[in-house]
Design a binder for this molecule. Structure first.
Ligand code: PGA
Length: 259
């Protein structure tokens, strides 16, 4: 794993955005795996700004989001479709037919999961997968105990995840209990992965992901098996890492020109 520790969350988000921008500049038809969650808007803001400056076009890029809530139509304001539209797609030149998310309102969510998995494969797989991490170690909605070989499927969300997502739903409206999520096996097939974690609330789980055992108890630890993973952190999210001094030696303040 390449572990980059930046002084601020802003610098960390800028580094992640730069990797996405470079990927699309080098291959305008790049297939991006995208993520939602409170950590991602600063990344998408950088992408929108780069697009506005004329540095990058997403017109031929293809995107696959990690997950979507079961039962929510794309037009529901709390759907991940709506999140992506507001934060990225609606502010850039992504072609609507090239931006894919699972359909949470599909009549048969299991069939929809199979369709989504096949669609990713048909399009040639993901070139760069963007990830956040849940405080319980989930990537996508692969909650603890998810098979490390899992494919896109319906998962039941944990109480901790439901609690974390409650603020995104209107007062009184409960977050859905189920989601369609890419599996861990699906995620591990991406050619490259970049994971962003910021803030003290992620420090413990970041240490488990990087330095703990490979275990379904921390689904993000599965990334230890992937040959092209960059973990981008701010100081707060890196605070519980035992080998922090080593990571700083390799990449002082997140710089990659030092080695
Ligand atoms: P967050 O969520 O960015 O809102 O912390 C990350 C996740 O649950 O994957």
């Amino acid at each position: 794993m390449k572990i980059l520790i930046f002084n601020t969350p802003e610098e960390a988000a800028a580094r992640v955005a730069a990797q996405i921008t470079t990927t699309v500049q080098q291959n305008p038809e790049a297939r991006l795996g995208l993520a939602t969650g409170g950590t991602m808007p600063p990344v998408y803001c950088h992408l929108v700004q780069a697009h506005e400056r004329g540095e990058v076009s997403f017109a031929r890029a293809v995107s696959f989001n990690l997950d979507e809530y079961v039962g929510l139509a794309p037009t529901h304001p709390c759907s991940y479709h709506s999140f992506m539209q507001a934060e990225l797609f609606g502010q850039t030149d992504f072609a609507p037919q090239n931006t894919h998310l699972p359909h949470g309102d599909a009549p048969d969510p299991t069939a929809e999961s199979l369709r989504y998995e096949a669609l990713i494969a048909d399009q040639g797989g993901v070139d760069l997968q963007l990830l956040g991490i849940g405080p319980n170690g989930h990537i996508g909605f692969n909650e603890p105990s998810s098979s490390l070989a899992s494919r896109t499927r319906v998962k039941t969300l944990t109480q901790a995840t439901l609690q974390a997502n409650r603020p995104y739903f209107d007062h009184g409206e409960k977050p859905p209990q189920y989601a369609i999520t890419m599996g861990i096996g699906t995620i591990l097939e991406a050619r490259a992965v970049v994971l962003l974690a910021t803030g003290a609330g992620k420090a413990q789980v970041v240490a488990e992901m990087i330095e703990g055992p490979l275990s379904a108890a921390c689904p993000a630890s599965s990334l230890q098996m992937h040959p092209q993973v960059t973990v981008v952190l701010d100081q707060a999210a890196a605070a519980a890492l035992k080998h922090r001094a080593y990571y700083h030696t390799v990449h002082p303040e997140g710089r990659e020109d030092a080695a």
